[in-house]
Design a protein around this ligand. Structure first.
Ligand code: UDX
Length: 437
């Protein structure tokens, strides 16, 4: 099939590369000329395992191309995926201006039947607006369909998630649109849930909100565990083995971050409010997530006493492992909090240093945040070591060496990657989330 992908960000790029890899002809469009030029040479600016190779391979096979020219892509394609960003406004509501602009551009250029699919996470009723916009601005009176096909890609495993999804959700209004999307996804051999457009839009927000709720729930239980002297890891296992609950997304930690959960949650709270329902449950999920970050700085002062002037070693910056993404990363927020309290930071992350350097590039912060070569350089002269992202390489460190390098043998494990009794045996003062020694 011939496919246009509008927006070569995270979702668009993975979606475009994967569709091309399945044998389709994909035209990826982005308004950022520099980005397009780099992508056309096979250079991608994000770190996602396997993506660079897949982009290069499909460019070479002539199945994938990049351009800023939306007009040609629309004309050449049968299906158009809208993958542009839906950032948060200051009040947390989703900003849909890019979706509107793209819809107008598509409308001006449709010259034969097109299936226009929203892939970006959008509030319910966006599909209706896309339809209205195309009807209002199309130059030719040709038929078209709008569909919703939300993405469920996790960063770090996005290609795997695309190729082997738990389910594919398609919200359609016509048999023709349904047939095209079934045909397109046939090679994946995955369960397909067919709904109306509004239900598909809500499935996406409800899924992310539910997962975020699971995380905040287990983080709240971790507070009870700490107070009662129980172990959240054992509690999570005992709870999660009930198949109705499930093991996934019950890892207590410093809270969720990333480009999706925080943004989607506040957008969903807003939509609910607009529709006349105050979603108090999700407001609490957000609140618990904020509190987790404050709690970790509290643990530091409990162990090292006064924070001002002290150097804290921080391992991990990205919002989760296997990505260089620091958008809404709890680690960045925690570092900001520590800097405000007068701490100095030494830090290391396997992939996210480049992006983090830009955040702390101002003259005041530049001096207070030192970027290190590895975990050992981070530990050297630091008062304690803080684990903020559960990268695999942090799981197997030379603890004897670390102990010698640190000013005090203190580890504050924000992701519960170590065994408390093992840490005690090695001579560390260790504290995790929701566990006692
Ligand atoms: C998420 C959804 O999983 C995906 O389906 C959606 O389409 C996009 O948003 P992603 O943002 O890549 O994907 O990350 P995910 O793996 O879901 O983790 C989100 C955050 O939750 C991370 O900060 C992670 O550290 C945290 N998390 C996750 C926990 O704190 N505990 C857990 O048990 C699971």
């Amino acid at each position: 099939m011939k496919i246009a992908i509008i927006g070569a960000g995270y979702v668009g790029l993975v979606t475009g590369a994967c569709f091309a890899n399945l044998g389709n002809r994909v035209y990826c469009i982005d308004s950022d000329r520099k980005k397009v030029e780099a992508l056309a040479k096979g250079r991608i600016t994000i770190y996602e395992p396997g993506l660079q190779e897949m982009v290069k391979h499909n460019l070479g096979e002539g199945r994938l191309s990049f351009s800023t020219n939306i007009k040609t892509a629309v004309k050449k394609s049968d299906i158009i995926f809208i993958c542009v960003g839906t950032p948060s406004k200051d009040n947390g509501e989703a900003n849909l201006l890019d979706i509107e602009n793209v819809s107008r551009e598509i409308a001006k250029n449709v010259d034969s039947y097109k299936l226009i699919v929203e892939k970006s996470t959008v509030p319910v009723e966006t599909g209706e607006w896309v339809k209205k916009t195309i009807n209002a601005f199309r130059k030719k009176n040709v038929k078209f369909d709008v569909a919703s096909n939300p993405e469920f890609l996790r960063e770090g495993t996005a290609i795997e998630d695309f190729m082997r999804p738990d389910r594919i959700v398609i919200g359609v209004e016509s048999g023709r649109a349904k047939k095209i999307l079934f045909e397109l996804y046939k090679p994946l051999n995955a369960p397909i849930v067919v709904t109306d457009i509004k239900s598909a839009e809500i499935i996406k927000h409800a899924s992310n909100s539910f997962l975020a709720t699971k995380i905040s729930f287990i983080n709240a239980i971790s507070v009870i565990c700490e107070k009662a002297g129980a172990d959240i890891e054992k509690v999570a296992k005992g709870v999660g083995l009930d198949r109705r609950i499930g093991r996934g997304f019950l890892s207590a930690g410093i809270g969720f971050g990333g480009s999706c959960f925080p943004k989607d949650l506040s957008a969903f709270i807003h939509i609910a409010d607009r529709l006349g329902y105050r979603f108090g449950l999700l407001e609490e999920v957000e609140k618990i997530n904020e509190e987790q970050k404050a709690r970790i700085t509290g643990k530091i002062s409990q162990l090292i006493w006064n924070i001002p002037g002290k150097t804290i070693g921080v391992l991990g910056l990205s919002f989760k492992p296997n990505t260089d993404d620091i958008r809404n990363a709890p680690a960045i927020d925690i570092i900001e909090r520590l800097l405000r309290q007068g701490a100095k930071i030494k830090t290391y992350d396997p992939k996210a240093m480049q992006k983090t350097k830009k955040v702390f590039s101002g003259p005041d912060k530049k001096k207070s945040v030192i970027f290190c070569r590895d975990a050992y350089e981070t530990a050297r002269g630091s008062e304690c070591l803080l684990i903020l992202t559960d990268w695999n390489e942090f799981k197997e460190l030379d603890f004897k060496r670390l102990k010698k390098l640190l000013k005090q043998p203190i580890i504050i494990d924000g992701r519960n990657i170590y065994d408390p009794s093992e840490m005690k045996r090695l001579g560390f003062v260790y504290t995790g989330i929701g566990r006692h020694i």
